[in-house]
Design a protein around this ligand. Structure first.
Ligand code: IPD
Length: 261
């Protein structure tokens, strides 16, 4: 079997991400209406239209690759494109300027390439294999180790609605230790910022695979420690994700483990 042509796939994903971002912005300038999905997250007509565009375009270019998307589902079988057409839909719908298009490709169960495009800042991030990720064609700098304390910034997402809210308890401990904590409303873009060194870590207990797939390729390329506990046979199931600068990762993971013990 010939090796998968990742360079061609990366180039296509970059072109499509830019096109998808322009399409999403066109919807936004016309005004979008958000409705609640069964899982209580928001969706707009732009999410469906942008995902259909990506699904059709990738299917035409790479008919043997699998596809999984936030709005239309799918399965992870063989090399699979994993798409979130608009990550940060709540921000997008309300006009808060922090959302992105996320395109990942999983090969052999791991993130092999990822493209995350922020159309509002014209920032296109990509990761390919173990190479250091790039921003608009320029390699991002290496990430230095960090220690928990003042000056450290940790991003998070919170889905839990049940008693205890473990993520919030963990966050409280990080804040007590001097870190600033941020929920920016787009897990994909915040994880991307970890790979870019703009924020030091990210965790969320209930991430969906399509939220994280693109950005995890960047995290992997940046050589950062991460855990993602996805069941690829059940890709719509939420799972924990933690990624952070070296050193800080161990400190957050130890606190989370102690909490779960
Ligand atoms: C959501 C965002 C949010 C995160 C949620 C995601 P969506 O994605 O990334 O920051 O906390 O877990 O579902 O619904 O805007 O694509």
């Amino acid at each position: 079997m010939p090796a998968l042509d990742l360079a061609t796939r990366l180039s296509a994903a970059e072109t499509l991400a830019r096109d998808a971002g322009a399409r999403a912005r066109a919807f936004q300038s016309d005004g979008v209406t958000a409705v609640l999905k069964a899982d209580s997250s928001l969706v707009t007509e732009a999410d469906g239209a942008v995902e259909a565009f990506l699904r059709d375009s990738l299917g035409a270019a790479f008919p043997d690759d699998g596809f999984l998307g936030e709005e239309t589902g799918g399965a992870v079988e063989g090399p699979t494109w994993i798409i979130d057409p608009i990550d940060g839909t709540s921000n997008f719908a309300a006009g808060r300027p922090f959302w992105c298009v996320s395109i990942g490709l999983y090969v052999d169960g791991a993130p092999a390439l990822g493209v995350v495009f922020d159309p509002l800042r014209d920032e296109l991030f990509h990761g390919l294999g173990l190479a250091r990720p790039m921003l608009n064609g320029v390699q991002l700098p290496p990430i230095a180790p960090r220690r928990l304390g003042p000056g450290v910034c940790v991003g998070f997402g919170v889905q839990e609605r049940g008693p205890g809210r473990p993520a919030l308890a963990l966050l409280g401990g990080l804040a007590d230790a001097g870190a600033s904590v941020r929920n920016l409303g787009s897990g994909a873009l915040t994880l991307t910022y970890v790979a870019a060194g703009r924020i030091d870590g990210y965790f969320e207990n209930g991430v969906k695979l399509w939220d994280a797939a693109g950005a995890l390729a960047l995290i992997r390329g940046a050589g950062l420690p991460y855990v993602s506990v996805f069941d690829l046979a059940n890709p719509g199931a939420p799972a924990p994700v933690l990624a952070a600068a070296p050193g800080l990762f161990d400190e957050i993971a130890a606190r989370r483990d102690a909490q779960q013990a």
